[in-house]
Design a protein around this ligand. Structure first.
Ligand code: PLP
Ligand code: ZN
Length: 429
């Protein structure tokens, strides 16, 4: 397949793999696969939203949407922090700035190319477990495009499951709620993907998700005419930060955006911060007893509970640990109090409301200034991964997605019951 637009590459064995919605090395290595695109010098098209950068997305065709993040140079927040070159990468809804992502987070950048990749490469129905934002993004894409999806969320996140598309467009969404948290959603997903017509979406291992999120850095690099000196992001899994690292590697190889790898500064929301805890001790492994003590209780206390990933891709080859080592990365643990203060300052200065997770990144930037990590002249890219919910409410109605099945921990409902409902869904499409 010399003419293929891209191949996948295992970072452990170096094997080149033709994509059949392949998310793991055929030899079973504990490594991420990475896309190797034929085009080294990226073209920016116009009028195709995020698909303006289709050269570096693992799909053949663009979806007809206008979703794309934007980059702009901060005035107010930068000034307050004494930073002269603060650039904001914004994913969310903010029409005054020209950004129209109606799910309000960068998960939409993952969902769009992932659905398209699944359609092109395997034709199966994606199963997506999440703590809320990911499932909502996939549900919105499903209702927009008519591509079916099975989404699984904790009962406590069910209020986050809405779209801006009318109820009659919800036919392609099969929503399951589970009693428990994110890890319980994942456990159920593992069971139901055994069905022939369904396929596991893949999470961090899915290259479409990572390259989709990388659009934030591409958009920023074209705006700034360079890669930044520092990149800031709040992480739960760290998928977005791995994506940023991979994208910076491609941009440096492109040749037009500078030669120096940005330092990546990631942040987690205390008290649930397993990667922060492991990294503080210089460990490449997360030890559950040390880093995730009393996880359920800690997660309940978080201001930004979308960041509550219990099993992040920290140690896997090409994962968060490798990213931190290779970019001279830094990690911050951020308290709820620090989040709230940062959020208030950002919202006042920039004039848009934030997803709680984005507040974590803002607080991390404030900490970096206080610590003297970043200097006045440094070129900084702050990834505002979500925002504009309040702004969206002025323009759009929210349509709550009805759950098709509720799994209770008491377990009266068996997998066969789920199976029957799912069969009806698949046949009804
Ligand atoms: C999911 C999410 C994050 C964290 O992304 P990871 O890829 O898990 O690190 C940050 N901000 C928002 C708004 C999110 O929805
Ligand atoms: Zn391999």
């Amino acid at each position: 397949m010399q003419n293929a637009k891209y191949q996948l590459k295992c970072l452990e064995c170096g094997k080149t793999i033709t994509d059949k919605y392949t998310n793991i090395c055929p030899d079973g290595h504990d490594s991420l696969l990475r896309t190797a695109y034929k085009t080294k010098r990226l073209r920016k098209l116009s009028g195709k939203g995020m698909f303006n950068y289709i050269d570096w997305l693992p799909v053949e065709e663009a979806l007809p949407i206008n979703a794309s993040p934007i980059t702009y140079k901060s005035e107010g927040f930068g000034k307050e922090l004494g930073l002269k070159n603060l650039y904001i990468g914004f994913s969310g809804y903010w029409p005054e700035k020209g950004v129209f992502m109606k799910t309000c987070t960068f998960k939409e950048l993952e969902a769009l190319p992932t659905c398209q990749r699944a359609k092109e490469k395997c034709g199966k129905i994606l199963v997506v477990p999440s703590a809320g934002n990911t499932s909502r993004a996939f549900a919105e894409v499903a209702s927009m495009t008519g591509m079916p999806v099975v989404v699984i969320v904790p009962k406590s996140s069910i209020h986050r499951m809405w779209t801006t598309t009318e109820l009659e467009k919800h036919d392609t969404i099969f929503l399951i709620s589970v009693d428990g948290d994110y890890s319980d959603s994942i456990a159920l997903s593992k069971e139901i993907v055994k069905k022939e017509a369904l396929i596991e979406e893949g999470g961090v291992k899915n290259v479409a998700r990572r390259d989709g999120m990388g659009i934030v850095e591409l958009e920023a690099a074209f705006f700034m005419h360079a890669v930044p000196d520092y990149y800031f992001q709040a992480v739960g899994s760290g998928t977005g930060a791995i994506a940023a690292w991979e994208t910076f590697i491609r941009l440096i190889n492109d040749g037009r955006f500078g030669v120096k790898m940005p330092r990546i500064v990631i942040s987690q929301n205390l008290p649930f911060a397993p990667m922060f805890s492991a990294w503080q001790e210089g460990r490449a492994e997360i030890i559950a007893d040390k880093d995730m003590n009393d996880a359920a209780e800690a997660i309940k206390q978080m201001y930004a509970d979308v960041l509550s990933t219990r099993n992040p891709p920290y140690s896997i080859k090409g994962g968060v640990y490798d990213m931190l080592v290779s970019t001279e990365g830094v990690m911050h643990g951020i308290s709820n109090e620090e989040c709230r203060e940062a959020e208030k300052l950002f919202e006042t200065e920039e004039g848009i409301d934030l997803d709680p997770a984005a507040s974590v990144a803002c607080a991390s930037l404030i900490k970096a200034v206080d610590e003297g990590l970043v200097k006045k002249e440094d070129r900084i890219l702050l990834n505002i991964t979500g925002g504009g919910y309040k702004r969206l409410n002025n323009d759009y109605k929210r349509y709550q997605i009805a759950e098709r099945i509720e799994i209770k921990s008491s377990g009266q409902l068996t997998l066969e019951d789920v199976e029957i409902e799912l069969n009806e869904f698949v046949q009804g499409l």
